[in-house]
Write a protein that binds this ligand. Sequence first.
Ligand SMILES: [Zn+2]
Length: 313
Amino acid sequence: MTVPGTRTEATAQPAWAWEEAEWRRHVERVRAGRSLKPSRWPGGAKAAVALSFDPDHETIPLRDGQVLPGKLAQGEYGARVGVPRILRLLERRSLPATFFMPAVCALLRPDEARGYTERGHEVAIHGWIHERNMELAYEDERDLAFRCADTLEQITGQRPVGIRTPSWDFSEHTLGISRDLGLSYDSSLMADDDPYEILSYGEPTGLVEIPPEWIRDDAVYFNMDRYTAVRPYTVPRQVLGLWRDEFDAAYAEGGLFELTMHPHVIGHRSRMVVLDELLDHIAGHHDIWYATHAQVAEHVRQPSALPAEAPGR
Ligand SMILES: [Zn+2]
């Protein structure tokens, strides 16, 4: 049985039998370099807030070949109900956001994709049909990534500059493909709370990582599997407390608070309350810079934004 996340060109030997060169090679393939936590955020802001929404809609069941209307309707809710609610909330508060959108979703609803960029939000790559890149051959993963970038550009008129891989999976080829695409940043890796540079075999790649985390993802708290006895549903207001603590610590450290949400998850009534109250809490703080992921990447890659002595960790 193949354990998810283990598909590499690794030998058939168990890990405990690997030579040092082998385990070093796996670790060095994609690694965190310098911290890119800036000494100051634009406008003298103390901390940055980067909101993101992944409009996956129907692609979550579709990518697993689930094509029956029941499952698809749960995703359709995201487009029909979640997205309009989210856009109204962002507009009311004049906040920017990044929408990581599977190409199939953009093709199903081009007006939705265009609506994001027309409102000043960012649209970035999130797979073709939310495929699991770790299960793909190199040629397929590369082809889908380029088709996704081309599709989003054709529909929105803007070439994406960032990627969040579906489900944050990351194959041995993903970084190279993102470099070939000429992207500015990735938002799939979790080696820090704040932005950092991505290295490959010790060399800078030019790509900035805007790290997400499952802690700051709505899906893990609210999704449930009807067929298992364990239903890890979290009371929405408990999630509010958790995310508030994440923000408070980011603010105290002068860092980045990045949040990942999904219209078909956070878009429900009892959960939008949580997002609204969280944004109230954040708004009660001075000197916050609200930005898209692309804007964060653009800022932190400027040498003048970094501390005189790169902290490194
Ligand atoms: Zn997704």
